[in-house]
Design a protein around this ligand. Structure first.
Ligand code: IMP
Ligand code: MG
Length: 192
């Protein structure tokens, strides 16, 4: 690689000037350590399974589980939520179900962000019929303003954010930006 092309590589995705950093990798690490300590204390003596909702939760899941100092297992689900462009319809289709039963387990659903809350409401309904001992929700981000289901309780929240479209740390815009190590706001979506 030439010096010139190295420079170009260095100024690409992670330093994209169209992104402004809302939470840095350091902010995120600090907050997740706190969440992990709280979850560790709350689930001591339980039978914990973390259920990650693909794909957005994958980065949060990987970091969070390494801060939970308990015997535990993980599983994943994949649901389609956005049927109508970027507006959540609340219509949830299971694309990939859990690999194992959750009967008598302490389920902690791990999400990237709760926005309208419709996806999670449906998902918790579905999981609620499977005989788990407890079901709670951990969401890395909580964007309360657009919430439609006001009853939805987020038990563990990383950060409460304003009503902005954010990317990075697992969250995408049309599939892009999941790999950013920070949470950013796309300044000009037309230029993304
Ligand atoms: P809800 O049903 O409106 O709560 O939708 C939640 C899902 O919408 C999340 O799991 C994300 O996949 C997506 N989502 C909502 N807000 C954002 C955002 O600001 N950035 C990226 N994805 C988002
Ligand atoms: Mg999601």
């Amino acid at each position: 690689m030439t010096a010139e092309s190295m420079k170009q590589t260095a100024a690409t995705e992670f330093t994209n000037p169209n992104l402004s950093v809302l939470y840095s990798a350091d902010d995120i690490r600090t907050r997740i350590a706190e969440l992990g300590a709280q979850i560790t204390a709350d689930y001591r003596g339980g039978d914990l399974v973390l259920v990650g909702v693909l794909k957005g939760s994958c980065v949060f899941m990987a970091d969070l589980m390494r801060t939970i100092d308990l015997p535990m297992t993980i599983d994943f689900m994949s649901v389609s939520s956005y049927k109508d462009g970027t507006v959540s319809t609340g219509d949830v289709e299971i694309l990939k179900d859990l690999s194992n039963p959750i009967r008598d387990k302490d389920v902690l659903v791990v999400e990237d962000i709760v926005d309208t809350g419709l996806t999670l409401t449906r998902l918790l309904d579905i999981l609620g019929s499977r005989g788990a001992r407890s079901i709670r929700l951990a969401s890395f981000l909580d964007k309360p303003e657009p919430r439609i289901n006001k009853e939805l309780n987020v038990d563990y929240t990383g950060f409460v954010i304003p009503n902005e479209f954010v990317v990075g740390y697992g969250l995408d815009a049309a599939g892009r930006y999941r790999n950013l190590p920070f949470i950013g706001i796309v300044k000009n979506p037309a230029e993304a």
